[in-house]
Design a protein around this ligand. Structure first.
Ligand SMILES: [Zn+2]
Length: 234
């Protein structure tokens, strides 16, 4: 385990700076908590960096090409300025889409980019321990997980193996899109799936919601368009 991955070394003083000392005392008692990020990037600055990075990527003018730069500095610590919840789709790579280098993004990926308890715990780690001040839930066009859910629901079929767990997680978004009588069901279900994950995270107690309410963390939603490489907010 890397030194920074050990959550028991974080001091209470650092949590006071996040306004989370009381919460942390309740959920993780111990004398050794510390916020390790030297100078956290603000939520709005993080959004700006992602927007500018995606503009470079979609224009094929990416600047992050030397992945050995900073390798030694990253060997003992990481300070990602944003967390991304992305689909596992092979055509969607957040580091490429936002033109960021190693150590810049804390990425949680699962087919269908929904957030379950494991994903939430990872995002709590990214925010509280690593100091990320932005969470972006990133859906994408032509999402196979969302499309398969639509198909399974419309045909009344049950997918094999563990795939039904994906369907069950995405089903509420499809139902919401159907209730809106969306002309493009896949497009609207994809956007709704993102919006639902954003709403879930914004109210996820105790850690994420406390940071959001204190204005120290933003949760935003967006969709990556595979055909253009551009990211648009939803
Ligand atoms: Zn997908």
């Amino acid at each position: 385990m890397c030194r920074q991955c050990d959550v028991t070394r974080f001091t209470r003083r650092g949590l006071f700076s996040l306004g989370l000392a009381a919460t942390a005392a309740a959920v993780m008692p111990g004398p050794t908590w510390a916020q390790s990020t030297p100078s956290p990037v603000s939520p709005d600055e993080a959004i700006r960096r992602l927007q500018e990075g995606n503009a470079r990527y979609s224009a094929n003018t990416s600047t992050n090409k030397d992945f050995s730069a900073g390798r030694m500095a990253r060997s003992s610590a990481q300070y990602p300025f944003a967390s991304i919840v992305s689909c596992a789709d092979s055509r969607v790579s957040p580091e490429l889409a936002f033109d960021q280098g190693p150590g810049d993004l804390f990425v949680v990926r699962v087919a269908g980019n929904f957030v379950n308890e494991d994903g939430l715990a990872s995002l709590e780690y990214g925010a509280v321990v690593l100091g990320s001040r932005l969470i972006m839930v990133l859906g994408h066009s032509d999402c196979g997980a969302v499309n398969s859910t639509i198909k399974a629901m419309s045909e009344g079929t049950t997918l094999p193996g563990h795939l039904p767990s994906l369907v069950n997680a995405i089903r509420p978004a499809v139902e919401a899109a159907q209730a809106k009588k969306a002309a493009d069901l896949l497009r609207e279900a994809t956007a709704e799936n993102v919006r639902r994950a954003v709403a879930y995270l914004q109210t996820a107690k105790p850690l994420i919601s406390d940071l959001v309410n204190a204005g120290k963390l933003k949760v935003v939603g967006a969709v990556y368009n595979i055909d253009t490489g551009t990211v648009t907010t939803v």
